[in-house]
Design a protein around this ligand. Sequence first.
Ligand code: B12
Ligand code: SF4
Length: 464
Amino acid sequence: MLIRPPARHTVESEVPEAVEAENLSYPPLALLSIGQFLLDQSDHEVRIIDAQLDDLPYEDLGRQVRDWAPDVVGITAFTVQLVDVHKTIRACKEAGVPRVVVGGPHVNDFPQECLDLPGVDAVVKGEGQKPMLDLVNCWAKGEVAKGIPGVMAHPDDPVPVDDVYFTNDLDEYPILDRSLIDYQRYYDVMGEGGVFTTMISSRGCPYRCTFCNTPRHRYRVMSPGRVCDEIAACLDLGIREIYFVDDTFNITNKRVIDLCDEIISRGLKFSWTVRFRVKGVDRELLEKMKAAGCTRIQFGVEQGTEEGLLRLKKDVTSREIEHAFALCRDVGIHTVAYFMIGTPTERSRQDVLDTIDYSIRLKPDFVMYNILTPFPGTTLYDEGVRDGVLDLEPWLQFMRAPNEEFKAQVWDEYFSREDLRELLNLAYRRFYWRPSFVLRNAFQVRNLNDFKRKATAGLRLLAS
Ligand code: B12
Ligand code: SF4
């Protein structure tokens, strides 16, 4: 049984609740990938529970686990959701589950701390498909799990902490059958209201933004043919919108163009969204993407000043940013701009207001603002510790004993947490409550459900 924990006690978030609530409507892609691999390569039975989607109370979760009585439960873990991961582990153990495995981004960063949590029998680092298969096969044969690449298991597995599993050939992963989950219930608040899913077509990113610790040396892509096979399987299920969650979709323009050519030549009709870097965006690329059905590009802009961009090692200039947004407008692809506020180079309220103004001047279709929250394991975090702004100890305590009171430290050299939240709310109001934005979106609403979703998100934002 593979479980995404409920999102009840997420570490106090750096985005307003209204935005967070809408964010949590994406499918559990990691669990789907692992479940599909197990089904493909073994006779194990698999069931996926998305306790987040249903906001499942722990008693109900425990009941479902007891009813199905799995031999092994696998849980996916984001660091910010550690309290819920912890409660999920407890619910499973109380329901009599013999073995609990935890994987996901949190484990990649803090494997030993996670293995030491009560109730955890093993952790999996890196891509979990193959390690999870080897682990459950090993347990099914009654053997002690030792020496499986990417796995650390009790008791006394001698696998070194830095041993992480990655495949060199992403095409070897089986095509995901989204009917393993309740795929019609997921949606994208910025989307067009059609049946929606997420997909991943590459792993890693070679850039070095200081706030991000995605694996740098292991950038790998799926072939266009493999990606299109999975798209075709989605279309067969009636899915019409796909969000590619690759860290950075456009590491090279050639790969994007090859994929677009394949989509066009196969006649695959759907609308899609990607996460992009600004660098390298040109008209030829955008026109090709538009022809292949791309309707939206999400850009991590983060800052509007050269100093801010340099400090975060974004490796782009504000001129390149403005050029990319102008080109998208011209070609007719919607844009989302991600910004951070409360960065080390925003030293006064005016600096943050300048960031907000810059985001409006760029004229994206949507903006997402986050308060910068440096995560341990990133270069920015190390810089904060070096400069005496951040302290690792509270994080370590949280990871060893997750508790609901923990608040992640923000970069508080110039602003208090309260100041930053106030500025964050101001940023959302300034962007979204401009008459030009409200009017444009009123005309873009496609159906009643779409209207309800957008209106609810908007009203919650206004109230925050
Ligand atoms: C899409 C995405 C989102 C989406 C949807 C997230 C979701 N719940 O599905 C949204 C926009 C909501 C989001 C929000 C956030 N995100 Co996000 N997000 C991603 C992104 C781009 C893709 C995730 C994905 O679907 N990957 C595809 C799957 C197939 O890969 P995977 O998750 O890595 O899973 C593999 C392994 O980890 C492992 N595995 C995973 N689970 C399990 C379980 C078991 C049992 C096993 C054995 C193995 C295993 O095997 C999987 C298959 O190979 C990643 C970066 C990335 N490219 O992965 C960041 C990432 C996961 N996000 C991150 C962060 C920090 C956040 C936020 C905190 C940001 C913020 N400031 O608000 C929020 C938190 C949201 C919340 N409340 O939980 C970090 C997580 C760091 C951490 N230590 O937890 C990441 C890694 C980005 C980064 N490099 O910093 N995110
Ligand atoms: S471009 Fe995106 S994924 Fe790559 S290092 Fe920067 S923030 Fe991380």
